[in-house]
Design a protein. Sequence first.
Lengths: 259, 365
Amino acid sequence: MDIQDIIKPENLVYQKSKIQVDVISHYCPGCSHGVVHKLISEVIDELGIQEKTIGVSPVGCAVFAYNLIDIDWQEAAHGRAPALATGIARTNPDKVVFTYQGDGDLASIGAAEIVHACNRGENIVVIFINNAIYGMTGGQMAPTTLLGMVTSTTPYGRNVELNGYPLKITDLIAQLPGVSYCTRQSVHTAATVRKCKNAIRKAFKNVMDKKGTSFVEVTSTCNSGWKLSPVESNNWMVENMFREYPQGDLKDVDKLIQQ
Amino acid sequence: MGELRLMKGNEVIAEAAIRCGCDGYFGYPITPQSEVMETLMELKPWETTGMVVLQAESEVASINMVYGAAGTGKKVMTSSSSPGISLMQEGLSYIAGAELPCLVVNVQRGGPGLGTIQPSQADYFQTVKGGGHGDYRLITLAPSSVQEMNDFVELGFELAFKYRNPAMILTDGALGQMMEKVELADFKPRRTTEEILQTCGSWATTGKTSHRNRNIITSLEMDPFRMEQNNLRFQAKYKELEENEVRYEEIMCDDAEYIIIAFGTSSRICLKAIDLLREKGIKAGLLRPITLYPFPTRIIAERSRQVKGFMSVEMSSGQMVEDIKLAVFDTGRIIPVKYFGRMGGLLPSPGEVVEALENNFLKGN
């Protein structure tokens, strides 16, 4: 049997979402960003909202998200994505607006913007990539860096006296009344990728239904910054990150209403 | 004739915004300009024109809300006073770099630091020389009456959209708090989605359709050759502004031997001062820059043929005086350019201005 005998429409089991731009990604092999981009693209495609969706990209590794997902984008200053999203969503209530932010962007320099946007219940999706490190600038400590974790600015490991504690920003966000859905997901196995996609779909659906802020943390790996192989990174994340950042829903207003 | 009212400068900013079809205001309270947002909240334009008004958590957030909304082609604005405007410099640099139209009002107070809540013009450098990082310019309008506070809201938006560049109304606490008679403009409807698509559809993030490529609002360009091209494009735009948008007013300049140059509140004081000087037989005139950027360089150069001296009167340590000196320097003529001003929230008095001009030019001759 020739390969051309196999490549037929009836044999198609998977294809790249048409929302994903056909270019080489700038992400490192093994990085979680690429998978999350794929999931967002699939969700936008499946919900049929390409023409309504406006993304806000951060400063960090995802600064070039606009090269990879085929929707209209705005690129924000470091940490300010939730403020941009507020301005877009408030003046364009018919649009589906989301921010895509890393831990330095969201939990450090943009802590005020994210807390207040969520507290106002801005009708936006927030995708939060937490890999406990500054990837783009070369592996410095992030607010979510674990205690003892070695980074280029904590060469002897993160130390409470010097650096304070890891910031569980997602736990904090879940407490805010403006947030309708807050969850912590990951994308290191096929099963978690499927779960994460469901969470992202739910978040986008919530915004289409005008339910306020939906916040999806994706606990992620940065094998380049962590200086581990992709497989080792996944294992390290499960063993260490999940203890500090337990997986699953922190808040779902739909379920609270049902109860 | 439009509707006449007695209003504060700050209140009129709010009224003019609603009337000119503004889509949104994002701000944070700070003295002496809090009446702008207070007036908007009281008027509830979201119930009438559909204009959005939001109190942000900080000036950093409000300017970035402006960025987001402006990036969708909406006509949006913010206002603040000096310390708050400092916080907005990051956002203004990004807005200029991403070439977005918006309007920012700075009701200046005295600095540096927390300074005072009294009026000042000490943010001149910050406004016309950059303020934020990178090579960019703000279209800067300097009103000298409550009427102009009204008129420059619409003019500011018009120029901002014409050049896809942030515009600033640079005013001060005296004009913000002052009540004067003002003729309001008639209500203009907000632009429809179709109108926005027609005028801004080529760049604004209005949602990617199958008919066009995705629109991306960004100031980022990693390739230095392309980044230089971006900068050259900005510079060409600024050149065009300098050619076409200079605005100024001259009073009794035609026969003047001494020209006082002053903007905003200090120009009102100098108007009285030139009368007093004329009574004394001194041929004084007043040149009032209305656009601080682009600066009225050419008219200053022309007037340098006839005058014995210029004097810049400012509510600062002498900032605009540098631009006057440059304008004169470029002519090759040697004309004295002097400065007089008060700082820290104080206004110069007409008598002080007269005395300063006499001391600078007429004593010991």
